[in-house]
Design a binder for this molecule. Structure first.
Ligand SMILES: NC(=O)C1=CN([C@@H]2O[C@H](COP(=O)(O)OP(=O)(O)OC[C@H]3O[C@@H](n4cnc5c(N)ncnc54)[C@H](OP(=O)(O)O)[C@@H]3O)[C@@H](O)[C@H]2O)C=CC1
Ligand SMILES: O=C1O[C@H](COP(=O)(O)O)[C@@H](O)[C@H](O)[C@H]1O
Length: 490
């Protein structure tokens, strides 16, 4: 899988180094990589923002942010001493091409691979690529790492992708979907392809339906203007949920390399049955949270959040019944559900198997519950199988109980810290492994499908259904399942 020498030295250029993402996620991730000894000793981190600042001030700024955002652990002074020696800073206004020349004096392409991380608004990606090219930093083996969102719809994503492609080849482009960096999402590959027990039971013969839930307890968290433009469909479904769905539904890739995996994910995205004005009512539910409760506190509704525009019809909850039109998944719906201000942070995949063809326990159990494989993505990461088991004891009748085989990551891998997604993604980008990054055709195919739904919603002009903050979304999401004689796993 590794396409470059392990731990090859890089100049990681962190555009947007003072922004929220860099402070909360990227810098702490780099610290953890240093702590784990995974940053090459010759690598450097070159922060870029607009303010003039000398190296010492930047080092101090990074330290302050680490102390704040490392959360559970204190800053280790030994690790910090090594990491801080790798830090550099350059002030650049990304809209001014001439400013990029400042990088020429700092970046050393003879000794290190330039890896440019675009933690900036996507509207700057075009300027960034041109500036890097004019500074001589676009030729292979240079790489660029792009943050989401790649566009607002198919047309705008093509504009961004075309712009980047003017300067960088696809093999140099690393599009982030941070869900692909999560331990449990990556474990889907291990679960499916390292266990024959699942491999032979992974299709319409064995599986009744699949549920994917990504629930968040938080609301829009001061990001109202960004979020109102996006909504839950663009913010979460177009990327994270469709990536998870693709990993569950794809055919076994021939090899564990980037294009083998991405080819298979793309085929799934191409097989998603179109949802448009003819079936959008039946297949989707969109909701918006009203005032309610989170962590026992009263919280405002979406329209009362700071910066809110009255009458916004943006959805904060989506449920979709997805059909995959291929041989493996014929007649097996995938139910997706994601929302803000749900009762708790809780993401899981539930594989619901078909019932037994014949019930020998029918005298005591008219219907036996079907087996479920539950993959807990976060928190409390783990894998659980629900099975029927005999209750131990003597007696004339066989008494059964639904029990679980539970593999909790916490319990099983006690001494192993679960790395944050950004640690893994930064590391893989520096190593030159693209398998956890999204290829252009995947992004565009996902947009094409999502655009169909968003257009149908827009044309119907129906407002989203209201749900109370702290609930599992609008009642219609439950009815959508009930119509199929099923219910959400809770
Ligand atoms: N925050 C998050 O949790 C997530 C963010 N993202 C994506 O990551 C990207 C960054 O988000 P976020 O950190 O929240 O955004 P912020 O607004 O907090 O930060 C943006 C950064 O971009 C820099 N910037 C903006 N304009 C210019 C310019 N003309 N020249 C130089 N630098 C400029 C800013 O520099 P300056 O300090 O000089 O203003 C700042 O450092 C966005 O694409 C976002 O969608 C994706 C997932 C999650
Ligand atoms: O990309 C995004 O993801 C977060 C949720 O990420 P998680 O790792 O905490 O599950 C979401 O809150 C945000 O709106 C979205 O932009």
């Amino acid at each position: 899988m590794t396409t470059t020498t392990q731990n090859q030295a890089c100049d990681l250029i962190l555009f947007g180094t003072k922004g929220d993402l860099a402070r909360r996620k990227l810098l702490p991730a780099l610290y953890q990589l240093e702590k784990a000894g995974l940053l090459a000793s010759d690598s450097r981190i070159i922060g870029v923002a607009r303010d003039e600042m000398d190296k010492a001030a930047y080092v101090e700024l990074v330290k302050t942010n680490l102390v704040r955002f490392l959360k559970k652990e204190p800053l280790d002074e030994q690790v910090w001493a090594i990491l801080s020696a790798k830090l550099h800073y350059v002030a650049i206004d990304l809209t001014k091409t001439s400013d990029y020349q400042k990088l020429v004096a700092v970046v050393d392409i003879e000794k290190r691979i330039p890896v440019s991380y675009f933690a900036t608004p996507p509207s700057l990606f075009g300027d960034l690529c041109r500036g890097l090219a004019e500074a001589g930093l676009a030729a292979e083996p240079s790489r660029v790492v792009l943050e989401k969102p790649i566009g607002h719809d198919l047309a705008s994503s093509r504009v961004i992708n075309d712009k980047v492609a003017e300067y960088f080849k696809e093999c140099q482009i690393y599009r982030i979907d941070h869900y692909l960096g999560k331990e449990t999402v990556l474990n889907l590959l291990a679960l499916r392809f390292a266990n024959a027990i699942f491999a032979s039971n992974w299709d319409h013969n064995a599986i009744d339906h699949v549920q994917i839930t990504v629930a968040e307890e938080v609301g829009v968290e001061g990001r109202w203007s960004y979020y109102d433009d996006a909504g839950q469909m663009r913010d979460m479904v177009q990327n994270h949920l469709l990536q998870v769905l693709s990993l569950i539904a794809m055919e076994p890739p021939a090899r564990l390399d980037a294009d083998s995996i991405r080819d298979e994910k793309l085929k799934v995205l191409k097989a998603l049955r179109r949802i448009d004005h003819t079936n959008v009512q039946e297949k989707t539910v969109r909701g918006q949270y009203a005032a309610g409760f989170a962590t026992g506190q009263a919280v405002p509704g979406y329209l009362e959040e700071e910066g809110a525009r009255p009458n916004s019809k943006t959805e904060t909850f989506v449920a979709i019944k997805v059909d995959i039109d291929n041989w493996r998944w014929a007649g097996v719906p995938f139910y997706l559900r994601t929302g803000k201000r749900m009762p708790k942070k809780h993401s899981e995949v539930v594989i619901c198997f078909k019932p037994q063809p014949h019930n020998i326990f029918h005298e005591t159990y008219r219907e036996l519950p079907a087996n479920k494989l539950i993959i807990r993505l976060q928190p409390d990461e783990g894998v659980e199988i629900q099975v029927m088991n005999k209750i131990p004891g003597l007696g004339e009748s066989m008494r059964l109980q639904q029990s679980k085989l539970d593999l909790s990551f916490d319990e099983t891998f006690k001494s192993q810290r679960i790395a944050d997604a950004y640690e893994r993604l930064l590391l893989e980008a520096m190593l030159g492994n693209q398998y956890l990054f999204v290829r252009r055709d995947e992004v565009e195919q996902a947009w094409q499908w999502v655009d169909g739904i968003i257009n149908a919603w827009r044309n119907s002009n129906e407002p989203p259904k209201s749900y109370q903050a702290g609930s599992w979304g609008p009642v219609s999401a439950i009815s959508m399942m009930a119509r199929d004689d099923r219910n959400w796993d809770e």
